[in-house]
Design a protein. Structure first.
Length: 338
């Protein structure tokens, strides 16, 4: 399934026990951090959308329903990707149980929801079936004033134009740089060029385009990430979202070792250096425990602009690094209020 791995953070229940993270920053700043300082103010954005409950000593949600995910296909997906097998859809709100997207969003707004991620399982062609919902998206935008971002999968010209007409706030798309990953992980008969064509369509229609790179997606090893970065850097995207393969129980990748920390940190740096004026964010999905702390520290050290669901101690680490924390309860793919 081609739903972005960032949504794997979805879930319910209390947050895990907090882990301590050292506060003292490095004595010398990386070239990537210095490059960030040349192009951005000294703030860092921390996000906790209502994909799961979240609390640390420095940041706690006030409205877990402010931002919610919706699946337009219920729990159905034709691709059954190796890293997901449609499990990402389970915690989403199923549109199939509602009459239409506008009516569902009307109900959600009455319970405190301010924005939604409209996603779903993929069809065999790699597209999420969004086109038939664009009229309802436009009503949600125009009549309810809610924020909408969509996970598109591959997009046709008609779908890209329809999403632009609806006035959505952002279009999320995974970009892969290896045909082998598309075939063996996504089970999709498509090519890297097909994903670049979708990215081109989204940006040409002037959508706020939010490409994701899943680091280590090819069974925990690097394959095509650098090519994906080079592709994205050619287009006027609104932000680049990096996520890290997070083995999920019940999937063929459940017991995989995540990609090596040093290679992942090096890729954070490569992303900052390749796109010096574009916001680069560390998204929801990444391994937990000590590796999460190290990844979050690396995101600060390598000049990324923000982190979703930061580990305990990371806000303090960012402050000690000379950054001014800003807190938001919506998806890190968006820059509302920034």
């Amino acid at each position: 399934m081609s739903t972005p791995l960032a949504v794997f953070a979805a879930g319910t229940g209390a947050p895990p026990a907090p882990l301590a993270a050292p506060v003292a920053p490095p004595t010398e700043r990386s070239d990537a951090f210095l490059l960030r300082q040349q192009h951005f103010p000294d703030d860092v954005n921390f996000h906790a959308p209502g994909l799961k409950r979240y609390r640390t000593n420095a940041f706690e949600q006030t409205n877990p329903r402010a931002w919610l995910p919706i699946s337009v296909t219920g729990d159905a997906c034709a691709l059954q990707c190796e890293h997901c097998v449609a499990k990402v859809l389970n915690p989403m709100i199923s549109l199939q149980a509602a009459k239409n997207l506008y009516e569902l969003c009307t109900e959600l707004q009455q319970t405190g929801t301010k924005g939604v991620l409209v996603s779903g399982g993929s069809m065999k062609n790699g597209q999420v079936p969004l086109l038939k919902h664009v009229e309802h998206m436009k009503r949600v935008k125009d009549e309810l004033g809610m924020k909408i971002i969509c996970h598109t999968g591959l997009v046709s010209e008609e779908t890209a134009a329809g999403l632009a007409w609806a006035g959505i706030d952002g279009a999320m798309i995974d970009i892969m740089g290896a045909d082998e990953t598309i075939s063996k992980v996504y089970h999709l008969e498509a090519t890297v060029e097909d994903f670049e064509e979708s990215l081109e369509r989204l940006t040409r229609h002037e959508l706020m385009t939010l490409p994701h790179i899943v680091v280590g997606l090819h069974f925990g090893r690097f394959l095509g990430e650098q090519r994906a970065l080079e592709i994205i850097a050619r287009y006027p995207v609104s932000a680049l979202i990096l996520v890290v393969l997070m083995p999920v129980f019940g999937t063929p990748m459940a017991n995989l070792t995540p990609p090596p920390l040093d290679e992942t940190t090096a890729f954070f740096r490569a992303a900052r250096m390749a796109m010096p004026t574009t916001r680069v964010m560390l998204g929801c999905a990444r391994p937990g425990g000590d590796m999460k702390i190290q990844l979050d520290r690396a995101a600060i050290d390598m000049g990324l602009n923000g982190i979703a669901f930061p580990a305990e101690g990371i806000v303090e680490y960012a402050t000690a690094s000379g950054l001014d924390p800003k807190f938001y309860e919506y998806c890190c793919s968006l820059t509302w209020g920034v």
